[in-house]
Design a protein around this ligand. Sequence first.
Ligand SMILES: [Zn+2]
Ligand SMILES: [Zn+2]
Length: 385
Amino acid sequence: MSEFLDAKRRAALTFSCPGCGGRPVWDPASRQMKCPFCGTSSAIEMDQTPPVEYPIEQAGDASAQDWGEAKRVVRCEGCGAQTILGKEETATLCPFCGSPHVLEDQSAVGIAPESVLPFAVPKEKAVSGFRAWLKGKPFAPGKAKKMAALGEIAGVYLPHWTYDSDTVSDYTGQAGHWYYVTKTRTVMRDGKQVQEQYEERHTRWEPTAGTVSRKFDDVVVAGSERLPEGLLQRVQPYNMNELCRYQPGFLSGFTAEKAAVDVHKGWDRARNRIEATMKELAVRDILTHADEAQVTSISSKHRKVKYKLTLLPMWLSSFTWKEKTYHVLVNGQSGKCGGEAPVSPWRVAALVLAILAVLGVAYYFFMISGDGGEMLDGLSVMVGY
Ligand SMILES: [Zn+2]
Ligand SMILES: [Zn+2]
């Protein structure tokens, strides 16, 4: 057993209900473990000491994949999402697309998380948030409304990688120095042609080279590729001060998405961002002794590269309508809701018909009373809605 889970944490892992021996689940409302069979609550250690980060060279070690208890992977035939479940937990609908075709997958569970933001929003609250959100979408199709009515919403922990690196970059480039040449031009002044002197700016380029360095801490890369980036942004932020050291108990009753972006692909993305920053630093370095800068080559060395995997809570409801998948997200920590809703042409048509019917009735009264003006004013307000 590595430093991933020390003896004390490990002891807390073989959790069972003190009342009936059943398997308790994490209860977001009480922030305790709660038995779904007899209702007994039991405490769980919420360790907020800074999480351990691991050298990226160790990412392939077997210990890195120790989740502290038996896990299995299921894969959705519809969208390909891989979800991590407890050994005895059963998969029903895919939380990412709503498909019922979720099958066992033989792939490894992947790297275990180091820290978790435990769910703080209970399911009932997420469902009511989802319903309130739908109320603002009068043209959403019945299928979305049915999902909301059924409370088809799943609690999923979404994987996020963070990376640290001590980066040193050697660069070569050109330092541009401005100089001015006095020139003469002819201009019109008071209707007369006159000669005028002016300064013309030129740049003298000379080769330059240098070294820049920076320590990067917690460059975040999303491990999920199932949800549109813009949609994820809508339910941000998360308060990372509440991160806890990973305990399998936090996942009990919930699922976790297996990172579609693995630790190395995640590092490639983080490194690209780091290297873009290093290039900016090189430009700034040249500008300390020049007026203009060009970086022609840069070579970076990344030392002490460390990673950790963090799980963030999300309530997810997904449905497919006319071959397109729509998602509704509820931030599992803050309850913030965001989503995509298709517009049902039937619902729009139904509203148009209703308005026409009302107009028809109004017109009828207008004709028989000869005094429909006020009524029509009232109607225009309705149509404006
Ligand atoms: Zn019990
Ligand atoms: Zn799916």
